[in-house]
Design a protein around this ligand. Structure first.
Ligand code: ING
Length: 311
């Protein structure tokens, strides 16, 4: 009898700028109860699931910026979610903006956590690939994540949860093969990845028109090449006048999409993920020890450098 994890992707529709954390948590709990009815082990919420996607605006006031962040987790607004999860015996993954103090210095991260069925935080990830810009561009919509978030300082760890080796990525991270391979080298079997992916910000046509294709491609390639399941979950719909893709999906180690949302609102999809499929691919075609030869790749020394794009 192979091991399995029953997962739910809990896609969220738009969250208005004025929506309270409490109102959003009520939506999360409603989806959690629906997932519990399906006997789900873990429900996966999107990136920045507690608020509107505020990096679409240039905010200068420090207090206003901090108002979009959580200084503690859980806190008064999210405690009901942790308590309901424990009552229902269901785990969850939650993305949120994290305000963290380290040695008396304030840091802001785009963060996600894994919470087990007992309501305990068993894993944390801070987004590493921060897309967009740190200054306003001359175009219809902005993407100012570099203005608000530091690069994550936790790497791509994996955790034992729900009977599986679980890892996390956030949004843009999914586009980078390193994200998946660093977890793949740690034997990951299940990746949780929330996203807020805008369209219509004024990017070149093909970038926009291919956004849905690139979203699917990123998940399917990452899963197949690292023999892992993934749950990709969108904050979707037209949020404060800006469109974001839905297309939340559950992807198998074969790269096949086994479930996908077909709305751009709050929607739940569920799948019983057979971890034996991951084991098959790790034992055969992606048996890293048997087939992978990094010592022969002629890897160049990685050049680091956070330089801005060529003008
Ligand atoms: N959003 C987007 C993402 O990586 C983006 C940014 C959009 C990049 C479209 C490229 C094309 O899905 C976040 N939040 O990372």
């Amino acid at each position: 009898m192979s091991r399995s994890v029953k997962v739910a992707a809990a896609q969220l529709g738009p969250i208005g700028r004025s929506k309270s954390r409490e109102a959003v948590v009520r939506r999360l709990i409603e989806l959690m109860r629906e997932a519990a009815d399906w006997g789900v082990d873990v429900i996966v919420y999107p990136e920045l699931a507690l608020t509107t996607f505020f990096p679409r605006w240039a905010i200068e006031d420090e207090e206003e910026i901090d108002s979009w962040f959580e200084a503690e987790m859980p806190n008064a607004a999210t405690q009901p979610l942790f308590e309901e999860a424990k009552r229902l015996g269901i785990g969850f993954h939650l993305g949120y903006a994290e305000l963290a103090w380290q040695d008396g210095v304030k840091h802001r991260f785009n963060t996600a956590i894994i919470v087990d069925k007992a309501g305990g935080i068993v894993g944390k990830f801070r987004k590493i690939h921060i897309p967009g810009h740190n200054e306003v561009l001359d175009r219809p919509g902005q993407h100012l994540e570099k203005k608000y978030f530091e690069v994550g300082d936790l790497g791509f760890p994996v955790y034992q949860a729900f009977g599986a080796t679980c890892g996390m990525a956030i949004c843009n991270d999914r586009r980078w093969p390193e994200t998946w391979r660093v977890m793949g080298l740690q034997g990951v079997e299940m990746v949780f990845c929330g996203y807020n992916t805008p369209v219509g910000l004024g990017d070149p046509y093909d970038l926009d028109a291919l956004t849905l294709f690139h979203n699917q491609l990123s998940f399917q390639a990452g899963c197949y090449q690292n023999a892992t399941w993934a749950v990709g979950v969108a904050k979707a719909g037209c949020e404060e006048g800006f469109n974001m893709i839905g297309q939340s999906m559950i992807v198998a180690p074969s790269g096949e999409v086994v479930a996908m949302c077909n709305t751009i609102e709050d929607e739940l999809i569920v799948h019983k993920c057979d971890l034996g499929r991951s084991a098959e691919y790790k034992r055969d075609i992606f048996n890293f020890a048997y087939h992978r030869r990094p010592e022969h790749y002629g890897l160049i020394v990685e050049r680091t450098g956070a330089g801005s794009p060529e003008k």
